[in-house]
Design a protein around this ligand. Structure first.
Ligand code: MIC
Ligand code: SF4
Length: 757
């Protein structure tokens, strides 16, 4: 069955007219990204051309997706908007709260017991507001979306940074904070700065050990974790056409790791095959009628330099397998060079754990390619050295893989563990034995992120990212520097054997199958459904509106922390053990910035309380400022807030009384989240001013009373010796966003409007 086919048909019906209007205003051949953007303008047909990287544009996304860890906060906010039902098709996916420990059945039951209150809340709130609910065990949000909802030329937003995965089916799918999702679910426009465009031309064809994952591992190495900021990456060329739809999904998925707004591919046969195999021939039939609009214009792909802001070319025939890491996903190393690099950097070479899964690489094709390696090793009498853990992407994938014998193949290894169809170790939901000893070690996985502590909480775990087939090969050899193209392994009989190249099936030969996909449809009329939040719960807490701005300059603000170096959302609001408080703002605020490194003592979670002169934990010091009615600010480095869409990273400082975050540069989603929650998100006009900030500084804003678009803010810094520096801070607030700041948050404005109506 095809969900929401009428909505999809309506989108397609208006496409020709919308594209014609876009051609009128842009006056140039169009990229696919532009077609999708202009076809989804809130106002309808385009009347002006927007400036990339500059104009704010209102869009009308076709659908919204949320996962359990972000949906709680998104839906707690949606409740405040006082709407009866969501305005566009929306879904919630229970995937982040299931810990991997023993194996699927036991772990799932344990998660149900532990998170009962949250799952019941999500199930009932979805039922009330007309939202589809995918129950725990149904699968990882982005795989389920690709299998059921994504459609070429569509636009969606999701409260998870890897929403971009749906670009594998030719969507513009963007990760956002919950407050953005609330706008769209409440029937309002979604605002985005017109993205810049990066074109990636793929020539040749993948072969041997190289897989789609290596394309994005390579791109990440070229562009780095901030090279895609504010841009849509559009892939094209014969190499793009030769990739499977799920392979395209993998590439788009990890576009989040280069900060890209999203990534996408033109509609082609791989998408037709995937849509048909997942029961959506109707979408193929509808898309085929407007196929010319669902890909970039031929002129664009013939002379990409003329139309994209930046162009990269990769020859798939020459691409080799890569391992990226440790601690950052853009540190790309070709497998053949790993030995020297690892030795030079003292990265542990032994691998104890190898993990396949996550929204990036958990498709049927991924499992089949990895299984072919295991099968080959078993046939050659090679025993694996590392433990191999697998999280299938969805129940449909798991069920089909089991039917086709892939799961049995993995189980031929005694030390293989099949975990739940969920995020699991990818987000620190992993009870790894011995992790508390904090020993230096290496692991390899097919996930997308490898920030410190992310998978097992151990800061000394060096995590490397690779394709599922490389993960399987490394698991068997137990060595980080194993190169399956050249190296041999010793089998049970003492013989030297080589592993065959991976073989996989793009799609299951007998089709996909599933008994219970885990979907719960909402009530037609949810007005009688009660959503219960116990006032004594430590997991869920109804939200109180943040107070509006008093109209005055912020004065006497103390420095809470000057964060040094990489400060991702994992550093600002850690996941793993803290995921359980995602629905309780006050409780989760106790993890605020506990992972950030204090510039002055190089320690985490130890900052000076300027009121007492004593050092304490960041949340505790901030609570002391709040209790004393003293405002504070946070200072940070480049690409602050990289990674997740979790708006907790913005709501926690807001809740605890931080007024401004002043950094060298921001990651897109986090900057928007700060704005939405009524915070000041500022960047140094001169990056070197970061060096002027001292531990005992006090900040006075000089011209906040005149807060206006395109006008930098002046901040006077008073140091402890009485000297002062006045610095300039840039901001990107437009009129409307200044309105959010004044009202205390974007949601306060929606609530005001709702009252007027
Ligand atoms: C992640 O991969 O970091 C997460 C966990 O999926 C986050 C969302 C979250 O923090 O809940 C993301 O990518 O947005
Ligand atoms: Fe889940 Fe990991 Fe994907 Fe985030 S990156 S959605 S935690 S599988």
């Amino acid at each position: 069955m095809t969900f929401d086919i009428n909505m999809i048909k309506k989108v397609y019906e208006r496409y020709p007219e919308r594209i014609a209007a876009a051609r009128q205003v842009v006056q140039k051949p169009l990229t696919l990204a532009e077609k999708i953007l202009y076809a989804h303008l809130w106002q309808g047909n385009a009347t002006e051309a927007y400036e990339r990287g500059n104009s704010y544009v209102d869009f009308a996304p076709d659908r919204v997706a949320m996962q359990d860890a972000t949906a709680q906060m998104a839906l707690l906010q949606f409740m405040q908007a006082e709407k009866a039902k969501v305005a566009v098709p929306s879904t919630v996916h229970a995937d982040h709260l299931i810990q991997a420990k023993i194996g699927a059945d036991k772990d799932l039951q344990e998660a149900l017991n532990k998170n009962n209150e949250v799952f019941n809340f999500l199930s009932s709130i979805c039922n009330k507001y007309g939202i589809g609910f995918w129950k725990p065990g149904a699968g990882i949000i982005h795989q389920v979306v690709l299998e059921n909802y994504a459609f070429p030329g569509g636009m969606m937003i999701g409260t998870d940074s890897h929403t971009v995965n749906a670009g594998g089916l030719g969507m513009v799918a963007v990760g956002v904070g919950g407050a953005d999702a609330v706008d769209v679910m409440a029937g309002m426009a979604w605002e985005l700065k017109m993205p810049k465009l990066i074109g990636v031309k793929l020539t040749g064809k993948l072969n041997g050990w190289t897989s789609a994952k290596d394309v994005i591992l390579k791109v990440a190495g070229i562009l780095t974790v901030k090279g895609g900021t504010g841009a849509i990456v559009e892939y094209f060329g014969e190499g793009a056409v030769s990739l499977s739809a799920t392979g395209k999904g993998t590439i788009c998925n990890m576009g989040a790791e280069i900060g890209a707004t999203t990534s996408t591919f033109g509609y082609d046969d791989s998408m037709r095959r995937y849509l048909a195999a997942t029961g959506r021939q109707e979408v193929v039939d509808a898309a085929d009628k407007i196929a010319e609009h669902l890909t970039g214009d031929a002129e664009v792909y013939a002379e990409p330099e003329k139309y994209f802001d930046q162009v990269i070319e990769i020859n798939l025939s020459e691409l080799t397998p890569h391992l990226n890491g440790p601690f950052t996903p853009d540190l790309a190393t070709p497998v053949a060079e790993m030995r020297d690099k690892a030795i030079a950097n003292d990265w542990p070479l032994d691998i104890e754990w190898a993990l396949i899964g996550s929204c990036t690489n958990s498709s049927y094709e991924d499992l089949s390619r990895a299984a072919s390696i295991v099968e080959d090793a078993v046939a050659k009498g090679v025993k694996p050295k590392a433990i191999l853990g697998i999280n299938p992407g969805s129940e449909q994938v798991r069920y089909t893989a089991e039917r086709d014998g892939l799961i049995d193949t993995f189980k031929k290894f005694e030390n293989a563990r099949i975990f739940t169809n969920a995020c699991g170790p990818c987000i620190g939901q992993w009870d790894r034995e011995g992790a508390e000893k904090q020993e230096k070690n290496s692991i390899i996985h097919s996930f997308n992120r490898n920030f410190a502590k992310r998978a097992d909480g151990n800061p000394n775990t060096h995590a490397f990212v690779a394709s599922p087939e490389m993960v399987a090969a490394v698991a068997i050899s137990g060595r980080l520097d194993f190169n399956p193209i050249t190296d041999t392994l010793t089998n049970q009989d003492g013989e030297q054997v080589k592993l065959d190249e991976p073989k996989g099936s793009e799609l299951p030969a007998k089709g996909f199958d599933v008994e219970d996909n885990g979907y719960q449809a909402p009530a037609e009329d949810g007005s009688d459904v009660q959503v219960i939040v116990s006032p004594t719960s430590d997991r869920l807490q109804l939200l109180e509106p943040f107070s509006p701005w008093d109209g005055k300059n912020i004065t006497g603000a103390k420095l809470l922390i000057k964060a040094e170096g990489k400060c991702t959302t994992d550093h600002i609001s850690m996941a793993g053990p803290w995921l359980k408080y995602r629905g309780h703002l006050d409780n989760i605020s106790n993890n605020m910035l506990i992972g950030a490194v204090n510039f002055f003592n190089k320690e985490t979670n130890r900052v000076k309380n300027q009121l007492t002169g004593e050092y304490g934990e960041v949340p505790a010091v901030q609570r002391a400022y709040k209790a004393a009615g003293v405002p504070s600010i946070v200072v940070g480095d480049q690409n602050y807030g990289e990674g997740s869409s979790r708006e907790h990273a913005a709501m926690e400082p807001r809740h605890l009384g931080v007024k401004a975050v002043l950094v060298k540069s921001f990651a897109r989603i986090h900057e928007t989240n700060l704005k939405k929650q009524g915070m000041l998100a500022l960047t140094f006009v001169n990056a070197e001013d970061y060096d002027k900030i001292q531990e005992d500084d006090t900040f006075d804003f000089l011209n906040l009373e005149g807060f206006a678009p395109n006008t930098p803010l002046q901040i006077q810094i008073t140091h402890s010796d009485g000297t002062t520096d006045t610095i300039l801070a840039n901001h990107t607030y437009n009129e409307q966003q200044i309105g959010w700041f004044k009202a205390g948050s974007a949601l306060n404005l929606i609530a005001e409007e709702a009252k007027k109506a």
